[in-house]
Design a protein around this ligand. Structure first.
Ligand code: BES
Ligand code: MN
Ligand code: ZN
Length: 491
């Protein structure tokens, strides 16, 4: 799907489908008025059949306009028009374009005033919304549904300038990164293994000329990554430790390090999970997928940033040679951990990855993990959990998340919560009680990041959806991309 920005008059645009927004009050926007005039009032006449709710659509053929079809898209009430309505409208329009099988379109939603947002914001979100709606994952179906003719070209009818072109490039590259993260999340655990993730990272490295290193079990042993290796222990699949580097920024500028949890399947280990919906634990590598996706996006748009992606990846299995509840292991940091629950494995692989991250002398470290069911209880499927040991970094992430509309909510990381991890037998236990489970998990990680500017994103509730729409959401790729760019000074 190609996008371009150019000035067009709505009634004269030769296109398969002209997309126009309509407020519920039915007072026409400027382009809609021009189309109505060209069509001698036929647009206004049709309005009574448009429900008006944001995202509702009505497809028309109108005389007097050059477009083959006109798609009216409800925007909801004008005075309530803001980010959610814009996103609903984009999504509704995308769905209708898909159903129609349009090959090209002129997208007159891009010029709407969305609260205090800039046109760049509109452009980024239009591109991401359209690309997401057209994403398909059917590579494992033996009979592919006859593909609708793809929407190959979308014009955003705005007056072109370098800022908008940059927003367009960012949107498209972010969508490419999101596609990668989504597909990695959707792939089953017998295909998307630690070795598969390492191969995908190598592919990215080749394609975008990135630095790459994949550490094997023996390397991890040498580094003393006892916590990570304890998780990988019962699986027949060897663990991998992936390090990807993209240096698009000034030489010597400290990198942002992104660390993604890459559990390709989480059975819980000996503390085994119940059978119901256990298949969904294939999404437990979503953090890893989002790191690879964000790096693909940043490298793809040649962003002026330095980033390092770290992906510790393995499978959490039971077996005849497993890690047992009660085992005590030594992490790479030297701190010892009593593993009281083998299902709290994410923090075990992350703690060694966070220790490793320090060697890059990072400007900031952000880890991304489907870490706790407790975070899903706290924040549902809307906001990802944010924890940070540095409020300036937390604020940067909050602002980027608002900008990317990939929302996060900060939870406390107070020392009071550390008490839960106390044990008589080691430096710490790997679980606290049930209370505040997302926080005690973050507190565990905090013990390995004392010397870093660090933040943790718990995406257990946001990285994927269950039910009919089951699948990876690619969150928080848009946030990570926006954060890294803003951190380097991009608006
Ligand atoms: N991968 C899970 C967390 C998870 C749960 C993600 C539900 C998505 C949906 C994680 O490894 C886990 O099992 N966490 C445990 C921690 C507990 C044992 C302290 C949990 O949340 O139950
Ligand atoms: Mn687990
Ligand atoms: Zn897990």
């Amino acid at each position: 799907m190609e996008f371009s920005i150019k000035t067009l008059s709505p009634e004269k645009a030769k296109t398969g489908c002209l997309v126009l927004g309509i407020y519920q009050e039915k007072e026409l926007t400027a382009p809609a008025r021009r189309v109505d005039q060209a069509a001698k009032g036929k647009l206004r006449e049709a309005l009574r059949d448009l429900p008006g709710k944001a995202g509702s659509t009505l497809l028309l053929r109108l005389p007097g306009v050059a477009a083959e079809r006109v798609l009216l898209v409800g925007l909801g009430e004008r005075r309530e028009f803001a980010e959610p309505a814009y996103r609903d409208a984009v999504r509704g329009a995308a769905q209708a374009l898909k159903d129609l099988g349009a090959k090209d379109a002129v997208f007159f939603l891009a010029d709407l005033k969305v609260g205090v947002r800039t046109l760049s914001w509109n452009v980024r979100h239009a591109v991401l919304g359209l690309r997401e709606a057209f994403y398909r994952f059917d590579q494992l179906k033996s009979q592919k549904k006859a593909a609708a003719p793809a929407l190959t070209h979308v014009v955003l009818p705005l007056s072109p300038n370098p800022t908008l072109q940059e927003a367009l490039a960012e949107g498209a590259a972010t969508a490419d990164g999101a596609d990668l993260a989504r597909t990695l999340g959707n792939l089953p655990p017998n295909i998307c293994t630690p070795a598969y993730l390492a191969d995908e990272a190598k592919k990215l490295a080749r394609q975008y000329k990135l630095g790459i290193e994949v550490l094997e079990r023996a390397d991890m042993e040498k580094l003393g990554m006892g916590a990570l290796l304890a998780v990988a222990r019962a699986s027949h699949l060897p663990p991998k430790f992936i390090v990807l580097r993209y240096n698009g920024g000034a030489k010597g500028r400290k990198p942002v390090v992104l660390v993604g949890k890459g559990i390709t399947f989480d059975t819980g280990g000996i503390s085994i999970k119940p059978a119901a919906d256990m298949d969904e634990m294939k999404f437990d590598m979503s953090g890893a997928g989002s790191v690879l996706g964000a790096i693909r996006a940043l490298a793809g748009m040649k962003a002026p940033v330095n980033v390092v992606g770290i992906v510790p990846t393995c499978e959490n299995m039971p077996g005849g040679h497993p890690t047992r509840p009660g085992d005590i292991v030594t992490s790479m940091s030297g701190q010892t951990v009593e593993i009281l629950n083998t299902d709290a494995e994410g923090r075990l692989i992350l703690c060694d990855a966070l220790t490793y991250a320090a060697r890059f002398d990072p400007a900031a470290v952000v880890d991304i993990a489907t870490l706790t069911g407790a975070c899903v209880v706290a924040l549902g499927h809307v906001a990802s959990g944010l924890f940070a040991n540095d409020q300036k970094l937390a604020d940067e992430l909050l602002a980027a998340a608002d900008d990317a509309w990939d929302r996060i909510w900060q939870l406390p990381l107070w020392e009071d919560y550390q008490e839960g991890l106390r044990t008589n037998f080691a430096d710490m236990a790997n679980v606290g009680g049930r209370a505040g489970g997302a926080i005690t998990a973050a507190c565990f990680l905090a013990r390995f990041t004392r010397k870093l500017r660090w933040a943790h994103l718990d995406v257990a509730g946001t990285a994927w959806k269950s039910g009919r729409e089951k699948g990876s959401t690619a969150r928080p790729v848009p946030l990570l991309v926006r954060f890294t760019l803003r951190h380097a000074g991009r608006k």
